[in-house]
Design a protein around this ligand. Structure first.
Ligand code: BGC
Length: 353
């Protein structure tokens, strides 16, 4: 009788401890669900790898899933994470507004959610957001153009085109607005001429950030506006996958002087193009920094500590303003890539040659 009571007490204590610490059944480790959009783009592979490595090193079990850019797949992967005992969810959404039902289920089970790089939209059950300063990504690109062509003192007109990102990704508008705000005065005073006339986000967006979509739009623009020998001097691209599309289009549909082309992510293919003179710059977002910040957030959440954030006003997702941590972007060019990308250990020479 007495022994039974002791065993019962130990069992109860164990259950209470488990409930308190949120240990996943089996391993005794807290499990963290990491949901990534796709393996198609280099950056998400790096993000996923970094997150897994760092979370495991910090003592967590990791359920890392890629959703093949398919919203329904991502939804069911996140639901599985909720049902299989994940204690925190880290989600980089394919389409920011599509995961509401899963976020509601997570909230019902008191599972905190961190939006990773891309904000989760239209739902209040998003606890934190960790990303790079997305508006600054755009201003860096715009300022690069201003500085390289010394637009403040320009006496000629330069022709420019824009290619932006996916309308379903909240970041895409921030990138475009950041760049456009810097360039707008020069468009208004005639120093920059948008020859195609396409200058709203809606006109220049690239659904799903697809290289092929950016390429075919660029081919149309070149055929309609530049076939008579008009030079395009600048092509402001929001990221590397779209820049690649523009570069492919130029390679086979253009005989003029190569434009200044901007990008973002420092994807290997684009760094190679940069070294070959086909792309001018790429915003560098060190995915290791973001991963470390998110791992820190996960730890702080699970230990009940104050979570580090540095922005509590910018990112409203239409349901709440999500406390955010914004990492700082910088940029790489053919001139500084050795310091920025090689000395930092981000790439080896072999990666980009
Ligand atoms: C990311 C960019 C990336 C783009 C396409 C954005 O949400 O912030 O780094 O280039 O998605 O994957």
């Amino acid at each position: 009788m007495k022994a039974k009571k002791i065993v019962g007490t130990i069992l109860c204590a164990a259950i209470a401890f488990t409930a308190l610490t949120g240990c996943a059944a089996g391993s005794g480790k807290n499990k963290v669900g990491v949901s990534m959009p796709t393996k198609d783009l280099q950056r998400w592979n790096q993000d996923g790898d970094n997150m897994k490595k760092e979370l495991e090193a910090a003592g967590y079990e990791v359920d890392l899933q890629y959703a093949n850019n398919d919203v329904a797949t991502q939804l069911s992967q996140v639901e599985n994470m909720i049902n299989s005992g994940c204690k925190v969810l880290v989600i980089a959404a394919i389409e920011g507004s599509s995961l509401g039902s899963a976020l509601d289920k997570a909230a019902a089970k008191k599972i905190p959610v961190i939006a990773y790089d891309r904000l989760l939209m239209d739902n209040a059950n998003v606890d934190y957001y960790a990303t790079f300063d997305n508006y600054m990504v755009g201003t860096i690109q715009g300022q690069y153009v201003v500085d390289t062509l010394d637009l403040a003192n320009a006496t000629t007109t330069y022709n420019i085109e824009f290619t932006a990102g996916d309308p379903g990704d909240n970041n895409a508008g921030f990138f475009f607005n950041g760049a456009y705000d810097v360039l707008k005065p020069y468009i208004e005073n005639g120093t920059l001429n948008v020859v195609s006339g396409q200058k709203t986000f809606e006109e220049v967006a690239t659904p799903s950030w697809k290289t092929e979509t950016a390429q075919s739009r660029a081919e149309n623009i070149l055929a309609s506006n530049y076939a008579d020998g008009t030079n395009v001097d600048i092509w402001l691209c929001s990221n590397d996958s779209t820049a690649l599309g523009v570069e492919n289009a130029l390679a086979s549909n253009y005989n003029g002087t190569y434009p200044i082309i901007t990008g973002q992510d420092c994807d290997k293919a684009n760094v190679k193009n940069m070294l070959a003179g086909k792309q001018s710059m790429s915003v560098f977002k060190d995915t290791r920094t973001l991963a470390s910040q998110v791992v820190k957030m996960v730890g702080q959440i699970l230990k009940g500590e104050t979570v580090d954030v540095n922005d509590t006003s910018t990112y409203n997702n239409n349901a709440k303003t999500v406390p955010s941590y914004l990492c700082k972007p910088t940029y790489a060019t053919a001139d500084n890539y050795k310091t920025v990308l090689l000395d930092s250990g981000y790439y080896t020479e072999a990666d980009i040659t």
